[in-house]
Design a protein around this ligand. Structure first.
Ligand code: HEC
Ligand code: HEC
Length: 276
């Protein structure tokens, strides 16, 4: 196999031009978010954790402060319609069984979590209802309907601190996620940590590197003008380092999701966040 690494694929960090995160506070619709807090004990080389919001440009940041300006809210509105729409052989909608979507407040910060010995994500809980309880097709992991629905459900917990369990039955999944986070992959032999732990705050090409937190997912990206799942983002980062990405919804990305969530313990859920 011929491996060629062109100029464009060589990753360079703009050393010395580190702008770090800014010191602004994020207030959404009058509610103050925690975008900076002490790192959890399990993080050995990072003292303080920051939301990705703190690394974005002022114009991008502003879009998240007001729901009227937040382009992700269009998708939340679509999910409100979906919530009421009967689909599948049972003729049921989400609202047939779950009276108010507000009842899901508190769910987002705890996911992914172990249920019956399996690590489950928000997408899987939604699809379980669709296939097993509605007789409907599963939604695609990063498809428009799924990301709209996970944004609507996540929004009910906006402002609550990320709080995933990493002990007990979750421990083995967490260890797997940690291993993946620190393992160099791809032609460029880089790991998630090389960028998001060792170099956050510096510029990489035209982008300001954050800690790669997932407290704002699913997130609206200006780049593709849609909602993006966390697994979709992991995939993009792996492609950028010329690695073969794992599957969305596969065991590797689910474990990585748990591990990344645990690196953001205490940050506010910002769903739906806005990023470039
Ligand atoms: C036929 C009834 C029914 C329908 C229709 C239904 N659900 Fe559910 N849903 C349930 C039941 C029962 C549970 C399990 C509750 C539990 O475990 O405590 C559940 C669990 C969930 C959970 C996980 C809650 C938790 O705390 O772990 C989510 C999220 C969810 N449903 C979303 C949806 C969405 C979105 C739709 C529509 C696409 C939907 N459900 C349609 C009955 C239904
Ligand atoms: C070559 C550097 C690089 C590597 C390696 C890398 N990323 Fe990223 N990642 C980026 C850049 C650049 C961005 C966009 C700016 C930012 O938010 O950091 C980004 C963004 C993200 C975000 C979005 C953060 C937010 O606030 O919305 C997540 C999550 C993420 N990366 C996870 C990962 C994971 C998981 C891995 C390992 C599989 C990884 N990244 C590997 C460069 C990298």
């Amino acid at each position: 196999m011929r491996i060629s690494i062109g100029i464009a694929t060589v990753i360079t960090f703009a050393a010395g031009v580190g702008l770090a995160q800014d010191s602004k506070s994020l207030v959404i619709e009058g509610e103050e978010m925690v975008t900076e807090t002490a790192a959890p004990d399990h993080m050995e080389s990072v003292k303080t954790i920051y939301s990705g919001w703190r690394f974005r440009s002022e114009e991008t940041q502003d879009l998240e402060t007001d729901d009227f300006d937040n382009p992700g809210m269009v998708f939340v509105d679509q999910a409100i319609d979906l919530w009421e729409t009967a689909q599948g052989s049972e003729g049921k909608s989400c609202s047939s069984c779950h009276e108010n979507v507000e009842d899901f407040a508190g769910l987002r910060p705890t996911l992914p979590k172990v249920k019956d010995g399996e690590l489950v994500t928000m997408e899987e809980l939604v699809n379980e209802c669709r296939t097993d309880r509605m007789g409907a097709d599963a939604w695609k992991w990063s498809g428009g309907q799924m990301t709209a629905m996970t944004a609507l459900i996540g929004l009910q917990s906006r402002g609550m601190p990320v709080d995933v369990a990493i002990d007990g039955e979750a421990a083995a999944f967490w260890e797997q996620g940690k291993e993946l986070y620190y393992t160099p992959v791809g032609q460029l032999q880089m790991s998630c940590s090389n960028c998001h732990e060792d170099n956050y705050g510096v510029m990489i090409r035209a982008d300001h590197l954050s800690q790669g937190q997932i407290n704002g997912f699913p997130t609206y990206r200006l780049k593709n003008t849609k909602m993006n799942s966390s697994h979709g983002r992991f995939k993009g980062c792996m492609k950028n380092i010329r690695a073969e990405p794992y599957n969305e919804g596969g065991p590797e990305f689910k474990a990585l999701e748990l591990y990344l969530a645990s690196r953001g313990q205490g940050l506010s859920v910002e769903t739906p966040s806005v990023r470039n």
